[in-house]
Design a protein around this ligand. Structure first.
Ligand SMILES: Cc1cc2nc3c(=O)[nH]c(=O)nc-3n(C[C@H](O)[C@H](O)[C@H](O)COP(=O)(O)O)c2cc1C
Length: 180
């Protein structure tokens, strides 16, 4: 299985990166091929809403950035993994910018069948409701793109990587990848 992971945290050794690394370990054990993009290190520019991608004969997005590498992998992926810290009850701007740029390949993306999706996220709040808006957004994206939600690991109460030590989130992320 080809897996594309999009990571939206600026913390190279942060909470969500630990979830992503555990997922990548599980994916390797299961024999999956995985590409990870750190969207803080290599940012996707925000969509310009120029509608170039909608013009007849246009070949995708006009912008020249990391999305040029992501688009072909996105259009071949059997599973897409969104990785984000909770920022103001939603995904980080780094990840959202890349997601908005899916707009340029909407048609091709939506015509693909059987694509799986995973959400890996962490937040500092200890109430489960903190993740409600992010969960709803992810589910709306899955519904729109026809992606099958293969699972979420939502590490609630994980303000720092150390907090994960008391949780099952790391092993959950690894197992999720193995079961894909
Ligand atoms: C700009 C910003 C916004 C945040 N917003 C929330 C929030 O709305 N709810 C919450 O519980 N935690 C919030 N947090 C805490 C992070 O979600 C939490 O520390 C997470 O573990 C960070 O993951 P990372 O280490 O992978 O970046 C916020 C942190 C930052 C820096």
């Amino acid at each position: 299985m080809k897996i594309l992971m999009l990571g939206g945290s600026p913390h190279r050794h942060g909470t969500t990166r630990q979830l992503a690394d555990a997922f990548a370990d599980g994916a390797a054990l299961a024999g999956h091929a995985l590409h990870y993009f750190d969207l803080a290190a290599r940012p996707a520019k925000p969509c310009l809403a120029c509608m170039h991608c909608r013009q007849e004969g246009a070949k995708g997005c006009v912008q020249d950035d990391v999305m040029r590498e992501i688009y072909p992998l996105l259009l071949q992926a059997d599973a897409v993994v969104l990785v984000t810290p909770l920022y103001y009850f939603g995904m980080s701007a780094q990840l959202k910018a890349a997601l908005d740029r899916f707009f340029a390949v909407n048609g091709a993306l939506r015509s693909r069948k059987g694509v799986k999706a995973v959400l890996l996220a962490a937040c500092g709040d200890r109430e489960e409701e903190a993740m409600d808006a992010l969960r709803a957004h992810y589910q709306a994206v899955c519904h729109y793109l026809g992606w099958q939600d293969a699972g979420m690991v939502l590490a609630v109460g994980a303000y720092t990587p150390e907090d994960l030590a008391e949780m099952d989130a790391i092993s959950d992320a690894r197992r999720l990848a193995e079961l894909l």
